[in-house]
Write a protein that binds this ligand. Sequence first.
Ligand code: FES
Ligand code: FES
Length: 164
Amino acid sequence: MIRLGVMAKINLKVNGSPHTVEVDPSTPLLYVLRNDLDLHGPKFGCGLGQCGACTVIINGTAVRSCVTPTSSVKSEITTLEGLAHNGQLHPLQQAWIDEQVPQCGFCQNGQIMTAKAMLDKNPHPTDAQIREGMNGTLCRCMSYNRIQSAIKKASSKTAGKVAA
Ligand code: FES
Ligand code: FES
């Protein structure tokens, strides 16, 4: 990868762990997560903020890391790798397996992370709220019905905030 400009040391907290990276401050967060921190949950899809494959959660919000300059991140980042705890899958991950959601799988990081940010704010969304919350997170394999089912399943198993 080509990186131009003045390098700077940037401190990040990712999935509970502190990291210092030395990069051009404008480097997209996605590149730092994948190339510097070896976190390959977030995917490079469009690189333009339009597909959602690169989604991570920052400050409770689903963020498209391909268009997020690394130097702009001031809060802890959660990636797909940070969802399971003590060998226990997050309810969304388990529901994804139960419902056999993925086809090629490429978009699924974005689907799960977007769903998590949504359920953290609204643990029991209606079908319409799920469709609205997931709108714009694209799946070229058209797994949308299974995504919807898995989110319903995960939300039915949680009585309140879905823990990270
Ligand atoms: S890769 Fe970031 S939105 Fe498509
Ligand atoms: S499962 Fe293939 S793009 Fe969504």
